[in-house]
Design a protein around this ligand. Structure first.
Ligand SMILES: Nc1ncnc2c1ncn2[C@@H]1O[C@H](COP(=O)(O)OP(=O)(O)OP(=O)(O)O)[C@@H](O)[C@H]1O
Length: 281
């Protein structure tokens, strides 16, 4: 569904993204994670066609994205851009005028499910969470094949986050929508995503199926006196009292002194994020 090759973006002397290549197969729900400033919004804006790449290519459903919104894509940007003077009803009607493919019925149905926002409310008077819910309904009204969501959960309360994710997952299941969702709220996202993209300082550190990626990693815990495991790429090391721990990719076979476990998604992401912070210091 989505193929990105050698993608890079510079803003003046700032390299926001570089050498980014991955595929997101049809029907997958991809979690896009990484520390602040890692390039997540830049990547989503490039795929949405809102900004042009400095290098590389993007294809959605085998058609290139060339600096404008692909008809099969819908994007909910981090700042939820909408006309403040419009009512919610006028916003939905604008969606109908501005989009070749549009289902007013689906947009309204999604709005009712996502929130109880009255159609005559002015967008400028909506709370942050309500703006998000209206933006999501507008995006779903485009009946996208690829839905790009930048921090869709950040201004929702815990109950609304749970309900919103359930509605989005029901859409993915019923319509086969492919999703790429950036979020710092990993505990919410982890149970629903089946694909993982981890960005760090503009570079993709991990990209692939969640289960396969987890199976590539081991958390090794053993005696502090033991020699460090030799095989694999050490992402993070730790030491508490008489215990040493190693978070390793492609660990291979390790000695019996090491207790090896496959990490959870959150452990995996946090290990990479901590390692990134240490490397940056
Ligand atoms: N329009 C712009 N002009 C100049 N620099 C920019 C612009 N947009 C982004 N950047 C820079 O590119 C880098 C990546 O920013 P981006 O917003 O993509 O990160 P992010 O991962 O979405 O961060 P956050 O989690 O904080 O939202 C940052 O260093 C940012 O300052």
């Amino acid at each position: 569904m989505l193929t990105v090759h050698g993608l890079g973006k510079r803003f003046g002397s700032t390299r926001a993204l570089g050498g980014c290549s991955f595929t997101l197969p049809e029907g997958r729900v991809g979690a896009l994670v990484g520390p602040n400033g890692a390039g997540k919004s830049t990547l989503l804006s490039l795929i949405a066609g809102l900004i042009r790449p400095s290098e590389g290519t993007i294809e959605v459903a085998d058609a290139p994205v060339r600096g404008r919104m692909h008809p099969d894509v819908a994007f909910v940007a981090q700042n939820r851009p909408m006309f403040g003077d419009f009512t919610v009803e006028q916003t939905l009607r604008a969606g109908e005028k501005l989009n070749d493919r549009w289902s007013a019925e689906y947009a309204r149905q999604m709005l009712n499910l996502l929130s109880g926002v009255a159609p005559d409310r002015r967008v400028r008077h909506l709370s942050g969470g309500e703006r998000t819910q209206v933006s999501l309904a507008v995006a779903l009204g485009r009946l996208p094949k690829l839905l790009l969501l930048d921090e869709p959960l950040s201004d929702l309360d815990p109950l609304a986050r749970d309900e919103t994710l359930r509605i989005l997952m029901a859409d993915a299941a019923e319509r086969g929508t492919t999703m790429l969702v950036s979020s710092h709220l990993l505990s919410d996202l982890a149970p629903v995503c089946d694909h993982l993209l981890l960005l760090d300082r503009g570079e993709l550190r991990l990209a692939g199926d969640v289960e396969e990626t987890l199976q590539e990693h081991r958390l090794l815990v053993g005696p502090a006196a033991a020699a460090a495991p030799e095989a694999g790429q050490v992402i993070e090391t730790g030491r508490t009292g008489r215990q040493a721990s190693y978070f390793v990719r492609h660990a291979g076979t390790v000695g019996p002194e090491w207790k090896a476990t496959v990490p959870e998604v959150e452990q995996l992401v946090l290990a990479y994020l901590r390692a990134s912070r240490v490397a940056a210091d």
